[in-house]
Write a new protein. Structure first.
Length: 116
């Protein structure tokens, strides 16, 4: 009876450890993919089409919604700070590129108007 109880306790402990390790791997992959998205927006956002921005915004929604919620139980305060930093960098790059594209569009319209 003691052996069965001990085996049961060890089984639960191993299961708990494997679940925690799985979540840690999931968290690591989440940060790596989220950071890659932000870096792509920062470096290539100026060349994005409207369709690219739509896909990128959907990816951001996944990172800041569903995936973040799945990891909520194991996120440290440091993790949450890093997520806020990534969100902030994304927004900064987004608005910088939207502003630049708007400015380019205005310049193009002025140039076309002066040609006429």
């Amino acid at each position: 009876m003691k052996a069965a109880s001990l085996l049961l306790i060890l089984s639960f402990a191993l299961f708990a450890c494997s679940e925690e390790a799985k979540l840690e791997r999931q968290k690591s992959a989440y940060f790596k993919r989220f950071n890659a998205l932000v870096e792509r927006v920062e470096s290539k956002g100026a060349d994005f089409s409207a369709k690219d921005w739509e896909a990128t915004d959907e990816a951001l929604d996944q990172f800041t919604g569903i995936e973040k919620n799945e990891l909520q139980a194991i996120l440290t305060e440091e993790d949450r700070d890093f997520i806020r930093e990534l969100e902030s960098r994304y927004e900064k790059a987004y608005y910088k590129n939207v502003g630049n594209n708007l400015l380019k569009g205005i310049k193009k319209k002025i140039h076309e108007a002066t040609k006429e």
